[in-house]
Design a protein around this ligand. Structure first.
Ligand code: NAD
Ligand code: UDP
Length: 309
C-alpha cells in the first residue's frame, strides 16, 4: 500500500483522483485550503480509514511521510485565479517549491498538474510538447500561465540538481461532475445557464476553440503517468476533438432541451484563440488516449448538474 499525498484533493480533479487512488488500494492524504474546492467533493470519503483530509495551504512548508505526491493545488478557473492573482502566483510557485522539497526529503515521486496554458495564445496549432508557447508575461492570465511555467522550471531544476523523481502533465480543458457550478468555466457555465433557462453567455464571437476532455479519461492518464518508468514528460493530456464555443453552446442547448438563447459578451483579454493537443507522446509512452466523446461526457455532466441544482 502506498501513502499518496494529493494537494488540491478537495477540488474538481483532485476529488476524482482521490476516489481512484483509494479504489486502487492506496492510503490517501488530501491537502486543501478549500479556496475553490469543497468538503462536499470528499464528504463520501471522510469515513474511510485510508483517507485523511488536512486543511492546509501549500504556500506553507509541511512535514509528512509519503511515497507519491500529486500536486494539483491551484485555482484553475480564470475567474478564480484572477480573484487574487498574487496568491495564485504564490500557490503555483511556493506550492511547487514546498512540495518538491517534501519530495526531495522523502524521495517520493512527484507529479505536477501543469496546463495547456503554458502554450499561451498558441501560434503553433495543434500544440505538441516541443512548442515553447506564446505567453503574455504581464496580462491578467499571467499569474496562472507564468506561475505554471515557473513551476515546470522548478520541477526540472529539482530533477537535474537534486535527482527528484518528477512527472509533468499538461492538462487541456477537462470537465465533468463536481465542477463548481459558479466557477465560471465554460462547460459548467453553459450547462448551468441552460438548465436554469438563462441566457448562454458566449464571450466574443464564439469562434475561439477548445478541446474538452472528460474527467475519467484525464484521471486515467494522470495515474498512468505517475506509474510510468523513466519518463518525466512534460506530456499533453487532453482530447484532440476541437470545438468552437458556439458549437459547444449549441450542443448544450440541444442536449439539455433548453429554451435558452445565446447572447454575446465581451471577450476577456488574452483569451487564447485556439487550443488542441497533440497526444502522440501520451499514446506512445503511456498507451493513453481519451475514450469519452464530447456528447457522451456532456450528457454525464448534465445529469450531475440536474441533480445538484
Ligand atoms: P479546482 O479549482 O477545482 O481545484 C483546485 C484545488 O486546489 C481546490 O480544491 C482548491 O481549494 C485548492 N487550492 C487552491 N489554492 C490552494 C492553496 N494555496 N493551498 C491548498 N489548496 C489550494 O480546479 P481543478 O480543475 O480541479 O484543477 C486542479 C489542477 O489541475 C490545478 O492545478 C489546475 O491548474 C490543473 N489544471 C486543470 C485543468 C482543467 O481543465 N480542469 C486544466 C489544466 C490544468
Ligand atoms: N467562455 C464563454 N462563456 C463563458 C465562459 C467562458 O464563451 O460563460 C469562453 C472563454 O472566453 C474561453 C473559453 O470559453 O474562450 C474557455 O473558457 P474557460 O474559462 O472554460 O477556460 P480557458 O480555456 O479559457 O482557461
Amino acid at each position: 500500500m502506498k501513502r499518496i499525498l494529493v494537494t488540491g484533493g478537495a477540488g474538481f480533479l483532485g476529488s476524482h483522483l482521490c476516489d481512484r487512488l483509494l479504489a486502487d488500494g492506496n492510503d490517501v492524504i488530501c491537502l486543501d485550503n478549500l479556496f475553490t474546492g469543497s468538503k462536499d467533493n470528499i464528504r463520501h470519503l471522510l469515513a474511510n480509514p485510508y483517507f485523511e483530509f488536512i486543511r492546509y495551504d501549500v504556500t506553507e512548508p509541511i512535514r509528512l511521510e509519503v511515497d507519491q505526491i500529486y500536486n494539483l493545488a491551484c485555482p484553475a478557473s480564470p475567474v478564480h485565479y484572477q480573484y487574487n492573482p498574487i496568491k495564485t502566483a504564490k500557490t503555483s510557485v511556493l506550492g511547487a517549491m514546498n512540495m518538491l522539497g517534501l519530495a526531495k526529503r522523502t524521495k517520493a515521486r512527484i507529479l505536477q498538474a501543469s496546463t495547456s496554458e503554458v502554450y499561451g495564445d498558441p501560434k503553433v496549432h495543434p500544440q505538441p510538447e516541443s512548442y515553447w508557447g506564446s505567453v503574455n508575461p504581464i496580462g491578467i492570465r499571467s499569474c496562472y500561465d507564468e506561475g505554471k511555467r515557473l513551476a515546470e522550471t522548478l520541477f526540472f531544476d529539482y530533477h537535474r540538481q537534486n535527482g527528484v523523481d518528477i512527472r509533468v502533465i499538461r492538462i487541456f480543458n477537462t470537465y465533468g461532475p463536481r465542477m463548481n457550478p459558479s466557477d465560471g468555466r465554460v462547460v459548467s457555465n453553459f450547462i448551468v445557464q441552460a438548465l436554469r433557462g438563462e441566457d448562454i453567455t458566449v464571450y466574443g464571437e464564439g469562434i475561439q476553440t477548445r478541446s474538452f476532455c472528460y474527467v475519467d479519461d484525464l484521471i486515467d492518464g494522470m495515474v498512468r503517468m505517475m506509474e510510468a518508468e523513466d519518463f518525466t514528460g512534460p506530456v499533453n493530456l487532453g482530447n484532440p476533438g476541437e470545438f468552437t464555443m458556439l458549437e459547444l453552446a449549441e450542443k448544450v442547448i440541444r442536449l439539455t432541451g433548453s429554451n435558452s438563447r445565446i447572447v454575446h459578451e465581451s471577450l476577456p483579454s488574452d483569451d487564447p484563440a485556439q487550443r488542441r493537443p497533440v497526444i502522440d507522446m501520451a499514446r506512445e509512452k503511456l498507451g493513453w488516449y481519451p475514450t469519452v466523446g464530447l456528447e457522451e461526457g456532456l450528457q454525464r455532466t448534465i445529469a450531475y448538474f440536474r441533480e445538484i441544482l
